[in-house]
Design a protein around this ligand. Structure first.
Ligand code: NDP
Ligand SMILES: O=C(O)C1=N[C@H](C(=O)O)C[C@H](O)C1
Length: 239
């Protein structure tokens, strides 16, 4: 039986992840949150995999744990800085690591579709809109950033958040990224492509968090069959 710890275990995602791990036969040997995250550095028991849905501030402890125990890491924490993402990538030189801003199969397909449409409709205006529950800490969502990268893989185009006041006409090539917060929305992502007299909109709507949980635990199971490396969700799940 494979063993696991959950980082952010008392959170909205962490509680569901723990249940899913147990349902899939994992032995869950620890749960870590703000008050005991320091234990990851030296005290926490070894496990085959650490599943992390917490906050960027916990990453040093997750990394220390993985280096000490050799555990695989499945991270879904968003709001990580580029330097923190590099640290996770570097961990992949010795450990099995996956980080994904979204563990839903539908969003994986949305990313592919977005890249295709962006190439097909080059020159159209693009606006990305994400909507989440009123407790979400980071904005824009990690998924919105991934969709932005799908539209503009080289990251060269100007990115605009909220528009207010007199800002002048839309700058050609710019990409709007907008965050909406309210209620209990599990996560909606829209990519609008505007041409002359026409609009194409790709939408993904999560109606529960279970999709992310199912995807993350499936990724954990698959990751444990792989060699050390830094994996992305699309490649790991679809090959
Ligand atoms: N990749 C994906 O598919 C998805 C990613 N997410 C991401 O997962 C993360 C968690 O989301 P959610 O469960 O809604 O958030 P919650 O706020 O419900 O849970 C966060 C958990 O992390 C813990 N935590 C916060 N800060 C630290 C810290 N410094 N060290 C250790 N633990 C900490 C909290 O502990 P305490 O209770 O003690 O405060 C809490 O238990 C977010 O980054 C979110 O964007 C969410 C859904 C899907
Ligand atoms: O915080 C959330 O809830 C979610 N966060 C992820 C993100 O930032 O993209 C994924 C999902 O949309 C839910």
């Amino acid at each position: 039986m494979a063993s696991a710890i959950v980082i952010g275990g008392a959170g909205r995602m962490g509680r569901l992840v723990r249940e899913e791990l147990l349902a899939r036969g994992f032995d869950v040997v620890g749960s870590y949150d703000v008050d005991n995250v320091d234990e990851l550095d030296e005290l926490a028991p070894a496990a085959d995999v650490a599943v992390d849905f917490s906050a960027p501030a916990s990453l040093p402890h997750t990394l220390a744990y993985a280096r000490r125990t050799g555990a695989a890491v499945v991270s879904g924490t968003t709001g990580l800085s580029p330097e923190q993402l590099d640290e996770l990538r570097a961990l992949g030189e010795k450990n099995r690591v996956i980080w994904a801003s979204n563990y839903s199969l539908g969003v994986a397909a949305l990313r592919r579709a977005t890249a295709l449409v962006a190439r097909t409709l080059a020159g159209w205006d693009v606006e990305i809109v994400e909507t989440h529950h009123n407790q979400k800490a980071d904005a824009p969502s990690g998924t919105a950033k991934a969709l932005l990268a799908a539209v503009d893989p080289t990251g060269e185009r100007p990115v605009v958040g909220g528009r207010e006041g007199i800002v002048g006409p839309r700058v050609p090539g710019e990409i709007g990224v907008h965050a909406v917060r309210g209620g209990t929305v599990a996560g909606t992502h829209e990519v609008h492509f505007f041409g002359t007299d026409e609009e194409l909109c790709l939408t993904h709507r999560a109606t529960s968090r279970q999709i992310f949980v199912t995807g993350a635990v499936a990724a954990a199971q698959r990751l444990l069959t792989r060699e050390p490396g830094f994996y992305d969700f699309d490649t790991l799940m679809f090959g």
